[in-house]
Design a binder for this molecule. Structure first.
Ligand code: R5P
Length: 295
């Protein structure tokens, strides 16, 4: 079965890396824009019998329509099996109706995407209240953890680092990090007061003289990481590094983190950012092979 990776021009670099890791051909998708603002992506036929569309779903409102249209184009161009690799998967944070009058965004967007694909591969999806991603999508799903590629991009520490998860939901992930770095894991207590305001407390956490690694799945405003770093700095941490999977934050957020005492910030290439230090292609390629082979 022929295998191809189709991608949009702005993500050529990570998509080409994925195609190389898979030994697949790669197909740029050309997007035509009509005078009225509608768009039409086009794939050069024939598509691979198995086609992977690479599309990370940061800035989803700009990307979703072309993704859905590209999936239809790939099917019509001969893709018998169609997969989506979305290293960052959007709209999973609104996974509950937190206040009357809000939508349950997860249950609107995920099935809309899932209906077009045989399988979806993503990384460190925000599954705080989602127990079964495949069920939510209505398609096969693989949610990969990025501990290994990020850990490999960190320096070695003279003493076991303290792994800090900024909220209760990060506990399982922090434990995996602690195992990988042979350190201790703690989770802080976070209350979100507004989009760009969180209150974090760390009762009984001893930072003094210890190298600290703050981990998180997403940095959006950067506020969570900044407040966690402030606590570690005030507690006398020997050094503070940050490892985040999806750096959705603006570039200026990195300055704020540095002012909060952060020495090094690393992220994966799921979203293009100056902090990208870990490439996901090998991890993604392994997951695609498994999904295609039905393992
Ligand atoms: C929250 O549940 C997530 O795991 C992140 O901690 C959150 O999305 C970070 O957002 P921000 O950078 O805006 O504080």
């Amino acid at each position: 079965m022929s295998l191809a990776v189709a991608y949009f021009a702005d993500e050529a670099a990570p998509a080409e890396r994925l195609a190389r890791a898979l030994g697949a051909s790669s197909r740029p998708l050309a997007v035509h824009r009509f005078p009225d603002g509608e768009t039409m992506p086009r794939i050069d036929p024939p598509a691979g019998e198995a086609t992977v569309i690479y599309r990370s779903l940061d800035h989803p409102n700009d990307k979703l329509v072309n993704l859905l249209l590209a999936a239809d184009a790939a099917r019509r161009a001969g893709a018998k099996r169609l997969f989506l690799v979305a290293p960052y998967f959007c709209y999973l944070r609104q996974d509950a109706v937190f206040a009357p009058g809000e939508p349950l965004s997860r249950d609107v967007i995920a099935p809309l995407i899932g209906a077009r694909f045989d399988g979806v591969i993503t990384v460190q999806a925000h599954l705080h209240r989602t127990t079964d991603l495949a069920h939510t999508l209505g398609a096969a799903a693989d949610n990969l953890w990025a501990v290994e590629p990020l850990a490999a991009a960190l320096p070695s520490y003279a003493q076991p680092p303290l792994i800090v998860g900024p909220d209760a939901e990060s506990t399982p992930w922090a434990a995996a990090w602690a195992k990988r770095l042979e350190g201790e894991a703690v989770s802080l207590t976070k209350v979100r007061e507004a989009d760009r305001k969180v209150a974090i407390t760390a009762p009984n956490v001893r930072f003094k003289g210890r190298p600290v690694v703050i981990i998180d799945d997403i940095a959006s405003s950067g506020e969570t990481l900044e407040q966690a770093a402030e606590l570690a700095r005030r507690g006398g941490a020997a050094s503070i590094d940050v490892a985040v999977v999806h750096a959705l934050m603006s570039e200026s957020a990195t300055d704020r983190l540095e002012r909060a005492g952060v020495r090094r910030i690393i992220s994966t290439d799921s979203v293009r950012h100056s902090t990208n230090a870990a490439q996901l292609a090998p991890l993604l390629a392994g997951a695609i092979r498994q999904m295609i082979e039905g393992r």
